[in-house]
Design a protein around this ligand. Sequence first.
Ligand code: NCD
Length: 310
Amino acid sequence: MVSKADFKGKHFISMSDYGRPQLDYILNVADEMAKLEKQGSQLARGKVLASLFMEPSTRTRLSFESAMFRLSGSVTTVADPMTSSIKKGETLEDTIRTVMNYVDIIAMRHPDNDSATRAAKVSTVPFINGGSGTWEHPTQTLLDLHCMRTAKGRIDGLTIGMVGDLKNGRTVHSLLKALRNYDVKVYCVAPDALKMKPEVIEEVKDRIEVTEVSDLPRTMPELDVVYMTRVQRERFATQEEYDKVKDSYIMDRKMVQKHGKKDVAIMHPLPRVNEINTDVDDLPNAWYFRQMKHGIYTRMAIIALALGVY
Ligand code: NCD
């Protein structure tokens, strides 16, 4: 049986570390947090979160910080590494060894794939991975699952399509790892150059059916959820390489209405660039704006659990 004791003082690094009972537990705590967000809560009173963001972020950083404030905790932030000693050449490990003296919990985003693992190794306070290079973004997955539960009423039984930059997009790596715990079918829809990382498919393929395809219109009729992603421009070596694939898939109103199930849910971690046309925004199928709200509930949950105050 999973209990809150399983999360107290623990780091949150990778979706590989979580099975179905743990995920159900966190998502159920997030349901409680949705109520507390409105009522107000004193759960994290006197506690401090460090929010260290060494790559651009709007949603993840602000929702971590807002989640901490909603729990009556406080926040200290580095949103621009140029303003901290990282600029002077301090190692990631030494930065964490410093910050952990000042706070009770750390959330960090960093461009290196191994950053979360390295940080967690030295941190004596709970460390939460807010996005590590192209590797993982596990708290995004919590909000994606929580949103999916709301949009479709369940996760089991769904056919889910992940579309776009499945190679460089960290959100889809965490999401696919988490989905191995559910009774789902997954289509990975990408051009050859942006195919899902083979090691992630390897990790899940004994548990769920994953089909790799490149044709979105032909796959659309199967899908209950379409998880669109941005082509990750910042991970390309040259502009030419990016230009070749940047508009591989564009979801527009016609695509939803002509090829999609009537109640298909369109999701996206955001920010979007071109991959979802604004003419989708006012369709009932558009979940990507509502999706963001789930980031507050799930981050409140993970903060409260890791602090041991829930
Ligand atoms: C994602 C990320 O940073 O990985 N954004 C987010 O956290 N919501 C997706 C992206 O940047 O494309």
